[in-house]
Design a protein around this ligand. Structure first.
Ligand code: AHZ
Length: 310
């Protein structure tokens, strides 16, 4: 491996940034000075480029053979990654997210409102993550996180801290790698491209993709939309399943239980969870309640572990 990448990971000590009596930041004091003497350590531009590219290309090399690929870093995909990475530090987990910003639809609770609702017993996942939540007065059946972004940023930060996880954002899964398995097909990886390239296949000459091999793909690309339900739709276009069930109208009670219970290996090597599953099975949507997304993530991780255990 190139030197300088596997160096010691520095965990920052907590520093107090509160202002002192003289209105001076203690943080600045720690770095030894007054504002007019403030100076960063010197750097050359190429050193910045090399620090980034060396790591990225080493990651591309390392994760070209992954143990698990998670497609889509929404609430379901990130929950899957958290459970899996924690349970099995020996597994190499690549998360592929088409958008620049991971998190999918979980930055807001619903419409453009802040609070995020999760029905019990999904509060156990919040407790596991250490995300604070409120009880709803006179209703023990659900809990409320004051801002969905607090849930998503905490989950994301924990997932990214696992040494066995790499998130490739702005990277789109644009096809599946398949192998014949008797009369059936099993998945053996994914075909990827920069999302900006994927979006321009129609107006540029051929821009070939890249690949990642993995025995298990967990697809959590959400319901149909500009990018959503990717693997579900691909299963139909490659004749692996006849047709999609198609997501039905909103019914919170029916939808959440159905999604969690049915999160499963749909085709050999492909586990589907979250709202993408509603497109396969024809389940209802649940709208702005996120318990099923995290619990489907937990189940997707368990289904993945089952495959590795057999
Ligand atoms: O960008 C997508 C999003 O971040 C990403 N994605 C989609 N297609 C992709 C592809 N390659 C890589 N081909 C891709 N990434 O997948 C993520 C899906 O996140 P999401 O939040 O849309 O899905 P989820 O199933 O995790 O959560 C659904 C949340 C919903 S939708 C809903 C309703 O409509 O009623 N209710 C809830 C709680």
């Amino acid at each position: 491996a190139p030197t300088g990448i596997k160096g010691k990971v520095n965990v920052p000590q907590t520093v107090t940034t509160t202002l002192t009596g003289q209105g001076q930041s203690k943080l600045l004091e720690q770095f030894g000075g007054k504002w007019d003497e403030f100076k960063f350590a010197p750097i050359r531009e190429s050193q910045v480029s090399r620090a980034m590219t060396r790591r990225y290309f080493q990651d591309l090399d390392n994760y070209a053979e992954s143990d698990v690929v998670i497609v889509g870093a929404g609430s379901c995909g990130l929950s899957t990654a958290y459970v899996l990475a924690k349970a099995r530090p020996d597994l190499k987990i690549a998360i592929l997210e088409a958008s620049v910003s991971p998190g999918g639809g979980a930055w807001l609770g619903g419409q453009l409102f802040s609070a995020m609702v999760l029905r019990r017993p999904a509060d156990a996942f919040l407790t596991e993550l250490g995300v604070p939540f409120e009880e709803e007065p006179n209703n023990p059946n659900f809990v409320v996180v004051k801002h969905a972004a607090q849930f998503t940023s905490t989950l994301l930060s924990k997932v990214l801290s696992f040494p066995n996880v790499k998130l490739f954002n702005a990277t789109c899964v644009e096809d599946l790698i398949t192998r014949r398995d008797g009369d059936n097909v099993r998945l053996a990886g994914v075909v990827v491209n920069w999302t900006l390239v994927t979006l321009h296949h129609d107006d540029h000459s051929c821009m070939d993709p890249n690949t990642i091999n993995a025995p298990i793909i967990v697809s959590t690309t959400g319901h149909d939309g500009p990018f959503g339900a990717f693997c579900a739709k691909r299963l139909v276009s490659m004749n692996s399943i006849e047709k999609l069930g198609g997501m039905r109208g909103l019914d919170m009670n029916a939808a959440e239980d159905a999604i969690v219970k049915n999160t499963r290996e749909v085709t050999k090597g492909l586990i589907i969870g979250g709202m993408e599953l509603s497109e396969i099975d024809g389940f209802n949507r649940m709208g702005p309640t996120f318990g099923a997304m995290v619990m489907s993530g937990v189940k997707a991780a368990e289904e993945t572990l089952k495959v590795f255990d057999t």
